[in-house]
Structure formats: C-alpha cells, structure tokens
Design a protein around this ligand. Sequence first.
Ligand code: IMP
Length: 506
Amino acid sequence: MAYFYPDTAHTFNEYLLVPGYSSAECTPDRVSLKTPLVKYKKGEEPTISLNIPMVSAIMQSVSDDKMAVALATEGGMSFIYGSQTIEQEAAMVARVKDYKAGFVESDSNISPDMTLGDVVELKAESGHSTMPVTVDGSAHGKIVGIVTSRDYRLSRMSLDTKVKDFMTPREKLIVASKDTTLSEANDIIWDHRLNALPVVDEDDNLLSMVFRKDYDSHKENPNEMLDQHKRYMVGAGINTRDYEDRVPALLEAGVDVLCIDSSEGFTEWQKRTLKWIRDNYGDSVKVGAGNVVDSEGFRFLADCGADFVKVGIGGGSICITREQKGIGRGQASAVIDVAQARDKYFEETGVYVPVCSDGGIVFDNHMTLALAMGADFLMLGRYFARFDESPTARVNVNGSYMKEYWGEGSARARNWQRYDLGGKKKGLSFEEGVDSYVPYAGSLKENVAQTLTKMKATMCSCGAITIPEFQEKAKITLVSSTSIVEGGSHDVLLKDSVSTSAATYR
Ligand code: IMP
C-alpha cells in the first residue's frame, strides 16, 4: 500500500516567526549572512562559503554572465544556465572569470576621421563624454587619442571639425599596460588627476578603460565573492547526459561550482553523474545535486557525493509540474524535512551537506523563513528575473514595465532534458513551465540591499546575528488562514486605491 505522509504539506506563507529575546548586541550592522555553499567535515571550514545566502536560478531567463557578475559583486552566486550548447555555456563562464571589476570595455569609440558632429551625436546616445579614438573606431583598435568634453567648445567650433584636429593625441596620453591591477590603475588616475585611463596591449591596442567614477563604487562592495586570484566566482548547471564533455569544458573555462540541473534528483542518472565526477576529479570539483523534497532523497544524494542538495519540486513561480504530473511537495515542509535529514547525516557521518531551498519564494520574508527552517541558502528565479541584470527583454505591457520570465520546462526554453529522468530514450514531451512577465524592479544592487536589510532586522528580532544561530533560536508557528488575512493591512481603505479627486473633495 502507498505511503501516506502523516502531515499536510505547507508553503512558506503559512508560517510566521515568533520574536525571541534580542540583546543589545543584536543589531543589523553586526549580522553576518555568511553561509556554507559546499560540504565540509566537522571542525573544518567549507572551501566555499557565500557571503549572502542567495544564488540565482539555472535558467535562460535569469542567469547569464551579466547576472553572475552583478550577484557575485553583492556576495551571492549565479549558476549559468545549462540549456545551451557546451561552447556557449563555457564562454559565459569564461566571461565572468575574465571580468575585471573596474576595467570596462569602452562602448563609445570614434575614429580620427569622424567629426565633432559625430561626437555630439554619440554623446547624446550613450551618455558618455569620454571617447577613446582608435584607428578604426572600434573598442579594441589601436589607440590614437582621446576626446573628452574639455577638448571642444561647441559654440566656437564647426560640427565638421575632424576628431584628429581636436582630440588629445596619443603622445600626450597616459595609458596603463595590460597587467595593471585595479589598485595600480587607480593610483595612476590619482597621481595624474585623470578621469579615465585607457589600458592597452603591447601593440597599443585598446583593451579596456578604468574610470575615476568607478573607484568609489568598487570600494562599496565588501561582500564580493572572489576566488584566490580575485576573480568573480561563478557556478554552472550541468545535465545527466553530456557531462563527460560539458564538465571538462566548464572547468577549463574556470567554473567554481557545478550543479546538476534537474527537476527530479532522486535518480540513478544523478548517481552516475556524481560518480563520474568523483572518479575523474575526486573531491576537487564541487557539484550540487537535486531536486529532492524528502529525507530519503537527501540521503541518497549525500551518499552519492553531492556537495550540496537542492530542495523543491513544483513550487517555482513558472512551474506547472504539480498540475501536469501531480508530483511535488509544499516547499516549507520539504525544506524542514530535508534540513532535519541533513542534521542527522552530520551527526552520524561528521559531514555537513548544505541544503538549498529552490523556488517558491514570493516575499522577502519567505527567504528568512526558509533559512530559519534550516536552508543554508536560497535559489531564486522570479526574484532575479525582475532586475536590469537579467538577460531578458524589458517590455511595456499596458503602461507598466515588465521583464520576460519563462520556465526551463516551457516550450520557449526547449530544455526538455531537465524534465526527463535521464538516459537516451525520450517519449512525447509536455510542458512543465510557462512563459510569463514579472514586474520590472530596477537594479539588483538596490533590491538585494533592501531584502537583506529586512532579513537582518528579522534575525535581530529573533535574537540571532548569524544564520546558524538563527536556525538554533528561531521559533516558528503555523498560522490559520484567518491570521494570514490579519497579517496584511485590513479594514482600512488604502490611499492608493482611492482616486485623488475623490480624496480631495471629501
Ligand atoms: P522561482 O524562484 O519561484 O521563480 O522558481 C525558480 C525555480 O523553479 C528554478 O530554480 C527551478 O528549480 C524551477 N523551474 C525552472 N523552470 C521551471 C519549469 O519550467 N517548470 C518547473 N520548475 C521550473
């Protein structure tokens, strides 16, 4: 006879945290959100920890190299999507690893034969007043000069004037060589009172620019996720089919962590993938696995050698797996069950395998609840898809700005692999995800900062200044549907919903 779980499965929205005693030490500025990303032995430190407990979902509409740089800057990590060719995915990883914070590819370039009129036009278009002049007007051509707004007076000069006649020529330029570090570049900028410093190779070809204005912003990112060579850290999704080719290519590109991307992780295919990685690379390659929703699934993947285990089936915002296949489990119940299994595993084996709660986060407080329930970090799709840095188009829908967001199991992503159990044989496919819009929300930096402020405030209300302490001290209660209603504003008329004229005349 089938097994029946004794308890109803619940979602985050059905729980609340009950505040505990906060001592004077419990202030948001003292809170550390550092959390393990990969497994470690009792008494040892994990080889990789996140500085904030957030990773971005392995999805075409969420995690490309731009998102990865933005999130690593804030202390989290992106997992570049695997539903693309091996070459494309490896190239994205390589772009993150090659990205030098503060060294930007110039996007406003001109050639010496262009005119002042062209300069004015380009400035209006790009908003940049500093323009390197290269032989062919490209971003990496041989540098012959630079134009800034100090080089011309629009009221006195004809728009036909050639760039070569008013630019600051190469011989008067201070440039840096390609091995210059950011701090050396900034010293040069300060010593010579420059606004911009071109970086060139041995043949004087332009590589990048360092701008004075970026100096301060770089200093504002104390949480950056950097590897030992000070490059941004990045993860990447793999599948249970082409791993023998994909894994080496991603490692060659410099990937820091891999994750098997699948809607169901409790499978022989994941076991085989993990075994192949361990046989070929030992423990040096870090790889997460999933997704599972119960203790049995967790133990299976932990025993197979997963570095972390991802939890969640059917709770994602774009997910229709529960409707299509009737499988899944309320995300909160799944996290609670798996986190308990992780603690038991730690007690028995002395190995701590971090747990990632993946999908189903709607409000910021759900993230905090997931951590309180035992998750070590969270994977988010919809949350990040709303930001400037996500790869998708921003569109105006009926007067409101939206970003596109589609599931990996939607026809649009055409990533049927994630939704097969594995192996070569494929039956008829059906969709497990939708194509949608999410409200555009602006920059990642500002939104993440606000979310973390709330998270830290809640942790302080519960008397905790680290995530492990929070998990230890949190008191969590299930709430009735009536108290969920009580939790929002109620029995008042919101000003936003009353028209201004009505409010004025009453
Ligand atoms: P969200 O943060 O609620 O938007 O959920 C994101 C998560 O949903 C991802 O990390 C995946 O685990 C999962 N997911 C992505 N695409 C699909 C899909 O097409 N169907 C079902 N689940 C999906």
